[in-house]
Design a protein around this ligand. Structure first.
Ligand SMILES: [Mg+2]
Length: 348
């Protein structure tokens, strides 16, 4: 028994494991990164054992294998990757402390307005996570929160330079393996849609500064800013994308991709052809991220969840919701291996 996993599995789920899941452990249905073999043919091959403590949980390996076979059959031309940004592509913790989010890192250069946005966070965030508020009522509250925040960014005189400085001063960081994941997918013309309720311009600046290159296959669907000739924010494009409408419908709401990012050659897929890519690899760190593929009539979807926090209390629901669950702020190497299998033309 993997003692580390044993320690973090809630008692109720552990009893289920011991009834029906434990035999699978011997068959490596649960992989432990620190046990990674040097053998690069194994799924674990990409995981750096020196990083230690990450694990992956696959509740139904047979189902995942079936989905992998179906996606492999369709080939890269039918595949798209839909990814959340904060806590999914980026690390949840940096040096043992909570990493910054694309929203959280933004400093307008006007402390009064930074404080006002923080006040909004303190009022609305508890409503966001309150399970007793009906979803339609909550959606209205989220629109309210987002629109007030956007208004403060305009009123407070946010500049594009402030975004650059904020990103430069931030602790936000990508998981190891994200560059390799994007490169692999770019080489095969597989689009990556980053869906975020945050700010597209901030995310693009994070990509620019932290990855030091752009990818023609990466498209950001998020709230996009309009700046005047002096670099001052004057408005937002399109309809507001908040946490509860972050789904494939957001493609219709999203403004065109910013020219400054890696889309100078144009996105490789317009929205219509993205919809024809009916096999989906979805990456998220909240169960709500599964909604990112709503509105897309996908044939096969493999969902990968990063369970970053509250592992004991959330593992049950994550393993039910996602096909594959990575624990403890795992690197992206397992996903790199997964896409290499999905795009493989061989028999592996
Ligand atoms: Mg997230």
């Amino acid at each position: 028994m993997n003692h580390r996993l044993h320690n973090i599995i809630p008692v109720r789920w552990r009893s289920i494991c011991e009834q029906r899941f434990l035999p699978s452990l011997a068959n490596r249905r649960v992989w432990r990164c620190s046990d990674m073999s040097k053998n690069r043919t194994d799924m674990e091959q990409f995981v750096d054992a020196s990083k230690g403590s990450s694990e992956v949980v696959v509740a139904d390996p047979e189902l995942v294998e079936k989905k992998k076979a179906a996606i492999r059959l369709g080939g890269p031309a039918k595949l798209q990757v839909i990814a959340d940004f904060d806590g999914t592509l980026t690390k949840y913790r940096i040096d043992g402390r909570r990493g910054q989010s694309s929203h959280g890192l933004l400093q307008q250069g006007n402390p009064k307005y930074d404080d006002k946005r923080q006040e909004l966070f303190e009022y609305y965030h508890p409503l966001e996570i309150n399970p007793t508020i009906p979803i339609d009522e909550k959606a209205k509250l989220m629109v309210e929160w987002w629109e007030k925040t956007h208004a403060l960014l305009i009123e407070g005189g946010l500049t594009y330079d402030a975004i650059k400085t904020s990103v430069s001063n931030s602790t936000i960081a990508f998981r190891e393996g994200v560059v390799e994941l994007f490169e692999f997918l770019e080489e095969r013309d597989v689009p990556v849609l980053i869906f975020s309720a945050g700010l597209a311009d901030v995310i693009e600046e994070v990509l620019r500064q932290k990855l030091h290159r752009s990818f023609k296959n990466v498209k950001i669907v998020s709230n996009r800013m309009v700046f005047d000739q002096h670099g001052h924010l004057v408005s937002f494009k399109g309809k507001t994308i908040h946490v509860l409408n972050k789904n494939e419908h957001a493609l219709d709401m999203a403004a065109p991709v910013h020219d400054l990012m890696g889309d100078s050659n144009g996105p490789i897929d317009d929205n219509a052809s993205v919809r024809k890519r009916t096999n989906v690899l979805l990456l998220g760190d909240h169960i709500g991220d599964l909604g990112m593929s709503d509105g897309l009539n996908y044939e096969t979807r493999i969902s990968v969840g990063f369970l970053n926090d509250n592992i004991k209390s959330s593992l049950d629901s994550y393993r039910e919701a996602f096909d594959v669950v990575y624990l403890n702020d795992a690197p992206m190497w397992g996903v790199v291996k997964l896409v290499s299998q999905l795009c493989s033309t061989g028999s592996d």
